[in-house]
Design a protein around this ligand. Structure first.
Ligand code: AMP
Length: 445
């Protein structure tokens, strides 16, 4: 057992192969899908000048107030590990002028984020997100597109739609929100006796956050608060209506949640969140919204923007709860075993020849006996073993053993890749037929 100091820090976890494989599967799904929607990859640093987040996310938010990993570097700069992706990506877009002359840009990212939160199932201090940011697009079709993209991602990743709930809301803009904030602050003050201390304090700092309180009593009271959707200015109301029309037009179903405000200050107008079944308290698997003022906060020209981010840890839990398995790729389709230790180099050369031929091949590097090598071949699930023995090698050949039928044949080393292609193709064809039979069978039930 590792000493406490040599264990992963509280709130972090190693992504061992069974989990890392799911992460990589999601990255492939994202790459393929996002490219079809015109998104390109971007990687920004995992740390930024602290101001990027303080100004970008907002001083009165939980993230900035309590959750950031902030430190002074050796040059005396205040540095923060990124707690989310949007502020960094928008900073990069502005720094490199990607939206100059009214150009639009669509970017996606993935990687670790850091928040000093109380760890629990689905909530960690280092967590992994996949997200998109679309800059320069003001039309409501863009909101619908980003939302549709997120829902399509879940579907392509294998999460059944019926296990997800898409919540949407509009939180207005700089015209209508300040008035509404005052209304809510007033509402909180007049219900102070029935709300938790934190919510009462929020009246003075960030009143809309009271809608996010997990306390049942506060939720009941806030459920009776005036709703912003009734007080949106004409432009925001028209924008919100058009977002819904566009979602309806492409068959993306949603639930309007007038209490959805989300925890980051930069949002304007459309906000959305997806909740998944089977996650317990941390049921939000992804979310996002529009942030039309964020570029200006960083000193740029007014530039509309919107995006979403989804969390891997919760995605993993949701996939597990739904019984979705990411297939484990074959570690070794073929195992190369030598009958005597002296043929290690020949075995290595043949293993490399197979790998050059894009066959997943493995050999022993621990001086095992033939019997032990065959056991490893079994454990790795190899379909075939290439036996390298002195007689075969003298004749420029190897023996190929089919691990299922135990049939053996001599093959010229020069032909071994081609023979294995054919043999493996037969195996995969049989497997595919079995799979189709299973699907046909299950449809009959
Ligand atoms: P947010 O940036 O807060 O809107 O979060 C977007 C998504 O990131 C959430 O829906 C979660 O899936 C994920 N997420 C946020 N915070 C955490 C955390 N502390 N641990 C794990 N996942 C998180």
């Amino acid at each position: 057992m590792a000493q406490p100091n040599y264990r992963a820090p509280k709130g972090t976890a190693d992504m061992l192969p069974d989990i890392a494989r799911v992460w990589e599967h999601l990255l492939l799904v994202a790459q393929d899908l996002f490219a079809r929607y015109g998104y390109e990859p971007v990687y920004s640093p995992v740390f930024e000048h602290t101001d990027v987040f303080v100004r970008g996310i907002g001083e009165a938010t939980d993230i900035v107030g309590k959750e950031m990993y902030t430190f002074e570097d050796k040059g005396g700069r205040s540095i923060t590990l990124r707690p989310e992706g949007t502020a960094s990506v928008v900073r990069a877009v502005l720094e490199h002028n990607l939206t100059a002359n009214g150009q639009s840009t669509k970017l996606y990212y993935s990687g670790p984020m850091f928040r000093y939160e109380r760890p629990q199932a689905g909530r960690t201090r280092q967590f992994w997100q996949i997200g998109v940011e679309a800059l320069g697009m003001a039309d409501p079709t863009a909101d619908a597109e980003v939302i549709a993209l997120m829902m399509q991602f879940f579907e392509d990743a294998g999460l059944p739609r019926e296990r997800l709930q898409l919540l949407i809301n509009s939180i207005g803009d700089e015209n209508c929100r300040p008035v509404y904030r005052d209304t809510i602050a007033q509402f909180i003050r007049s219900h102070a006796g029935d709300l938790c201390e934190e919510c009462v304090r929020r009246a003075e700092t960030n009143p809309l956050r009271a809608f996010d309180c997990k306390n049942e009593g506060c939720r009941t009271v806030m459920g009776q608060a005036p709703q912003l959707r009734d007080e949106l200015c004409d432009d925001c109301a028209a924008h919100y209506a058009a977002v819904k029309t566009n979602l309806d037009a492409v068959g993306v179903s949603y639930i309007e949640d007038p209490t959805l405000v989300r925890g980051l200050d930069y949002y304007t107008r459309t906000v959305f969140e997806v909740q998944a079944e089977g996650l317990g308290a941390q049921s939000a698997i992804g979310g996002g919204g529009r942030y039309d003022r964020l570029v200006e906060v960083f000193g740029g020209q007014p530039t509309p923007g919107l995006g979403f981010a989804l969390g891997f840890e919760r995605m993993f839990l949701a996939l597990q709860a739904a019984g979705v398995e990411v297939p484990r790729p074959e570690i070794a389709e073929v195992f190369v075993a030598r009958t005597v230790p002296e043929l290690a180099t020949e075995a290595f050369a043949i293993t490399q020849r197979l790998r050059d031929g894009e066959i997943a091949a493995e050999m022993d590097h621990q001086g095992r006996s033939l019997k032990a090598q065959m056991k490893v071949a079994d454990r790795l699930g190899a379909q075939f073993v290439v036996l390298v023995g002195p007689d075969e090698v003298a004749a420029g050949q190897v023996t190929l053993r089919d691990m299922t039928t135990k049939d053996e044949q001599r093959v010229d080393i020069a032909d071994v890749v081609d023979v294995l292609y054919e043999a493996l193709a037969d195996v995969y064809m049989d497997e595919a037929e079995d799979m189709l039979d299973a699907i046909d069978g299950s449809e009959e039930i």
